[in-house]
Ligand binder design. Structure first.
Ligand code: ADE
Length: 300
């Protein structure tokens, strides 16, 4: 019996991304909770019996129109992003019995925020130098930031605004290479003005996004500054203990998060530049990438 093929899937299921349904193996293993429900582990079988692990997001035919549109938006963004070592890339998509499955690159070490929080308690932290942070740790933290900046520079070149840059949306592969993930809110536009009243990641948002609903690559740079802060605080919560209304008032007065304990002045200065009130005065992802590369070299 043939599966019904709703037309909404046809545009995404034709072309190079189409997976033969017999090549997608689903396991029951849960990886996390996406906006559209569970992300599960799977495998895609390639030629010569090679199986590659994937993370599978699914969309049931019975989902709401809004969920379907958002899911399609994410899939179309993933196609535009293409392949990049610091982005969680699309592997393929297929349609099985009314459900659309999207297979993405699998990132073995999970999300960066959880990884940093686990590392707070691990043995690695016992080898500390007099400044309280080991050389290895300093290197790996800056390397995470460099990888994320490289992925975000690629998105900026493709004119994609991510809109949800945060440590929870950066994943780590088996070699601890950081990859930007989760394009659920992303837009392929120069400037996106949000119209609907959906939830937003308040603590990561630039003032122009928070107060005027304006999103650009330069508002992603602000969020990247918050991501730098999350990395240097080993997975801390930005503006911890401050409620949304108070945070809005503080931002209007020019308040910024304080320097984390083990963060040096150069790194803190970089965050503060990302948090410039004027979007055009913030550094670009290319500048951030170049500066982080120098910092990685110096920390080796
Ligand atoms: N959780 C959500 N997406 C994932 C991915 N691509 N790899 C591993 N875990 C994930």
């Amino acid at each position: 019996l043939q599966d019904p093929e709703p037309h909404i899937y046809e545009q995404v299921l034709s072309g190079p991304w189409e997976l033969n349904k017999y090549n997608l193996i689903l396991t029951g293993e849960k990886l996390g909770h996406g906006q559209f429900g569970l992300v599960k582990k799977g495998f895609v079988s390639k030629e010569s019996n090679r199986k590659i692990p994937v993370a599978v997001k699914s969309l049931k035919g019975t989902a709401s129109e809004k969920d379907k549109n958002d899911f399609m938006n994410e899939l179309n963004i993933l196609k535009k992003v293409g392949q990049h070592p610091n982005v969680v890339c699309l592997v393929g998509a297929c349609h099985i019995q009314g459900t659309l499955y999207v297979a993405m690159e699998y990132a073995e070490n999970g999300d960066l925020r959880s990884y940093l929080r686990k590392s707070r308690r691990s043995k690695q932290n016992m080898y500390q130098n007099y400044k309280g942070v080991s050389c290895l740790q300093r290197y790996i933290l800056i390397k995470f930031a460099l990888d994320a900046a490289c992925g975000l520079r690629h998105l900026a070149e493709k004119q994609i605004i991510h809109r949800d840059v945060a440590a929870r949306n950066v994943l780590l592969d088996e070699n601890l290479i950081a990859k930007v993930a989760d394009f659920g809110l992303s837009k392929h536009e120069d400037t996106y003005v949000k119209t609907s009243n959906t939830r937003v990641p308040v603590r990561w948002l630039a003032p122009e996004s928070l107060f005027n609903a304006i999103y650009t690559t330069q508002s992603d740079v602000w969020s990247f500054g918050i991501l730098l802060w999350e990395i240097m605080s080993m997975g801390g919560t930005p503006y911890h203990g401050i409620d949304t209304q108070t945070l809005c008032n503080l931002l209007k007065q020019g308040y910024r998060i304080r320097r984390p304990r083990h963060c040096d002045a150069t790194m803190y200065a970089m965050m503060m530049q990302c948090w410039n009130e004027k979007p055009e005065c913030r550094p670009t992802f290319h500048e951030l990438y170049m500066r982080l590369q120098r910092m990685v070299e110096d920390s080796q």
